[in-house]
Design a protein around this ligand. Structure first.
Ligand code: C2E
Ligand code: MG
Ligand code: MG
Ligand code: MG
Length: 281
């Protein structure tokens, strides 16, 4: 009986695995053509100054407009793109599109914004990143200081001397770095000292239970204080309630981002949001 069960289960696993492998191969093939077919689109989530409430910038977040599946979230395809190396081409498109859009907003009279772009570790190991950033900003006339690259701790963890050199080259141009999902990885405080990080982005899992959970509250306070003593600024991500916002503001958190302020928006909706926001002050 139990042997039979085990055998069936094995069969299920084998089938599941085959199914998963097939789905992955198809996903990879579709991803390959998605750039050419212009199926990717960037959404922009506002990042505001906690103290004044003015719009400081936006984080560009990729979406895939799939012909059958509709809007596909990055969590469903970025990992495969990273495994297959397709992230290099996709990441190049993201940077290019974000810089272009940002420049367009400026020429449409929107106040100065800092645009944050997520960069994966695979992209960072590519030789072309420094040249790409320089070329794009030059072509579109964007100040380097208007661009900020979001990296995660894993990028720093796996970094070689070369990554560090590359990071410093980009940083020397005036482009900023923000350390994403801070606190979830193998956070090592030495990273903050060693690498040219400008902003620490507190992961939303810590923000979530503030100010109710005592441990999370203490952690968030500690991160803000530590970052400030190192001369860094702090963004809290995943701010969903007024109570969280009030708490973060009171503790001196510099920027906030989350559904309370706005969900990620299409470029047009973001423009309208930024105008409304500026007008209401
Ligand atoms: P991330 O960089 O940490 O981005 C923040 C994620 O949290 C976004 O999910 C955003 O929609 C979501 N979020 C923002 N505010 C709230 C909130 O108040 N509550 C909740 N529950 N969620 C909130 P999204 O857009 O699905 O992106 C997921 C991840 O995919 C990103 O995490 C980032 O790691 C990656 N990603 C997105 N775009 C790109 C890209 O262009 N390139 C690369 N390499 N990765 C990207
Ligand atoms: Mg991010
Ligand atoms: Mg994040
Ligand atoms: Mg996150």
């Amino acid at each position: 009986q139990s042997k039979q069960l085990g055998k069936n289960r094995c069969q299920f696993y084998a089938q599941d695995m085959q199914e998963a492998a097939r789905a992955r191969v198809q996903l990879e093939a579709e991803l390959r053509s998605a750039i050419e077919l212009q199926q990717f689109v960037l959404y922009y989530q506002p990042i505001i100054h906690a103290a004044s409430g003015t719009v400081a910038g936006a984080e560009a977040l990729i979406r895939w407009r799939h012909p059958e599946r509709g809007i596909v979230a990055p969590g469903e395809f970025i990992p495969v793109a990273e495994d297959t190396g397709l992230i290099v081409a996709i990441g190049e498109w993201v940077l290019c599109e974000a810089v272009r859009q940002s420049r367009q907003w400026r020429s449409q009279g929107l106040p100065l914004l800092r645009i944050a772009v997520n960069v994966s570790g695979v992209q960072f190991r590519e030789a072309g990143l420094v040249g790409l950033v320089t070329r794009l900003c030059g072509e579109h006339g964007l100040e380097h200081s208007e661009l900020i690259l979001e990296i995660t701790e894993s990028v720093l963890m796996q970094s070689s001397d070369l990554t560090e050199v590359r990071m410093r080259e980009i940083s020397a141009l005036g482009v900023g770095y923000s350390l994403d999902d801070f606190g979830t990885g193998y956070s090592s405080l030495s990273y903050l000292k060693r690498f040219p990080v400008d902003v620490v982005k507190i992961d939303r899992s810590f923000v979530n239970d503030c100010p109710d959970d005592r441990n999370d509250t203490l952690l968030v306070e500690a991160i803000i204080n530590m970052a400030h003593s190192l001369g860094l600024r702090v963004t809290a991500e995943g701010v969903e309630t007024e109570a969280q916002h009030d708490f973060l503001r009171a503790r001196g958190c510099d920027y906030v981002q989350g559904f309370l302020i706005s969900r990620p928006l299409t470029a047009d909706d973001f423009e309208a949001f930024a105008r409304r926001h500026a007008a209401s002050r």
